[in-house]
Design a protein around this ligand. Structure first.
Ligand code: PLP
Length: 400
């Protein structure tokens, strides 16, 4: 009963029919499956992503081809795409990074020239806009994630939308074929949602994240990424999994209107407001704030900051109970070894690799209030000499 209500609310908001899945990665898997690709076909994606993006590509017998990112935006470097196109290329993934859409018009231009599909990875970008148009309405198909740290969260969850009728038919069938999550899985999720509501605040962030990640690694809990997904890209049983009533009920909260405004829009405005404080603080300290290209509205799911010695900054943040994010710790986060299993050759994408060695993210979520911003400001002031800036600098090699 909640699932159909959620679907309807989402459709009202975005103007497109949503196909609902267990996670964002499953929504991507379904989109790729709906494109009728052949084994060995190539999918282009940025070299600054989460490993759960190349995973479904490989599960389907396709080959991920990585393209370096733009040093200012952390999204795919459009200038580099054509160099990686071969006769096997079929799909371009335009990833929204931290709430900033990729420069999708030139990407669509390349797709037209070579007859490719464009899939938007808007896992970070629900509510973002590109030239006044909402993410999700720009490409052949788009997927969103509603996992814990995403623009709106149902605990875990994934949504696929398409602007093409032929793909919509196929996605519908795939949603119908999806395995129903077990009662145990749904119960776990319910419990986690309750725990989050009651206990999670920025002061317990570090301990909560550590416990959650450890339990997920040991496959004891429904983490965002379970141990086996990080070992090797082999499709786990029942990967094509559906959405539950629990997720839908949680998701519906974000489409309620308060004083005529959607809750999700309020949350996005909050993130943008917190980001504007960080921009001021960094400008005062003599740094350029993040680049905001004229084509996009940045929704600041995360606020990027590059530092000289990330281990040190994480340690200090933990000591001072400052919440800092770690997206992305590797060009295929969080993988640190056996890159070849994901067809990744370390050394080929210097900007994405530099970013993933030096980046931290300042939090912007709804629990960040003025007091907390003051504490972060103090932390940044104290550690000013450790800051590189909000983009990969031209002379980045001097920081290595
Ligand atoms: C860029 C990007 N795309 C896709 C995903 C996958 O989303 P999900 O965790 O819902 O599978 C993530 C996940 O964390 C991500 O960071």
């Amino acid at each position: 009963m909640y699932v159909e209500a959620f679907r309807e609310s989402f459709k009202q908001y975005l103007g497109l029919f949503p196909f609902l899945f267990w996670k964002g990665r499953v929504a991507l898997y379904s989109i790729l499956k709906s494109l009728d690709l052949k084994p060995g076909d190539e999918v282009i994606l940025p070299a600054f992503t989460c490993v759960v993006v190349p995973n479904p590509i490989i599960y389907l017998g396709l080959k991920p081809i990585y393209v370096d990112i733009d040093p200012l935006t952390f999204t795919i470097n459009v200038e580099e795409i054509e160099k990686k196109i071969t006769e096997r290329t079929r799909v371009l993934i335009a990833q929204n990074t931290f709430g900033l859409p990729a420069d999708i018009d030139p990407i669509k231009g390349i797709a037209e020239k070579y007859n490719l599909f464009v899939v938007e990875d808007a896992a970070h970008g629900f509510g973002s806009k590109y030239k006044e148009k909402k993410s999700g309405t720009l490409a052949d198909a788009t997927f969103f994630s509603t996992q814990w740290n995403k623009p709106f969260s149902t605990g875990i969850g994934g949504i696929a939308v398409t602007t093409r009728e032929d793909l919509a038919q196929k996605l519908k069938k795939l949603e119908e074929q999806a395995v129903k999550p077990s009662l145990k899985e749904e119960l776990f999720l319910k419990t986690l949602l309750k725990v989050r509501e009651k206990f999670l605040n920025p002061n317990v962030y570090w301990s909560a994240v550590k416990i959650y990640r450890k339990l997920s690694e040991w496959n004891l809990i429904l983490g965002s990424s379970q141990g086996y997904e990080l070992e090797k890209p082999v499709e786990p049983p029942n990967f094509l999994k559906g959405f539950t009533e629990t997720q839908a009920k949680e998701g519906l909260k974000y489409f309620q209107k308060e004083n005529g405004e959607y809750k999700i829009d309020k949350l996005i405005k909050h993130r943008q407001k917190v980001a504007s404080f960080y921009k001021e603080i960094l400008t005062d300290l003599g740094f350029e704030p993040p680049y905001e290209p004229p084509y996009a509205e940045h929704t600041y799911l995360k606020f990027p900051l590059l530092v000289k010695n990330r281990e040190k900054i994480f340690r200090l943040a933990e000591e001072n109970r400052i919440e800092l994010g770690d997206w992305f710790l590797s060009p295929i986060h969080p993988i640190k070894r056996n890159f070849h299993l994901w067809y990744y050759r370390y050394g080929e994408n210097p900007i994405g690799e530099f970013a993933s060695r030096h980046i931290v993210n300042l939090p912007t979520h709804e629990r960040i209030d003025e007091n907390y911003i003051d504490r972060i400001a103090e932390f940044l002031r104290k550690n000013k000499d450790e800051i590189i800036g909000c983009a990969v600098p031209k002379d980045y090699e001097r920081y290595e």
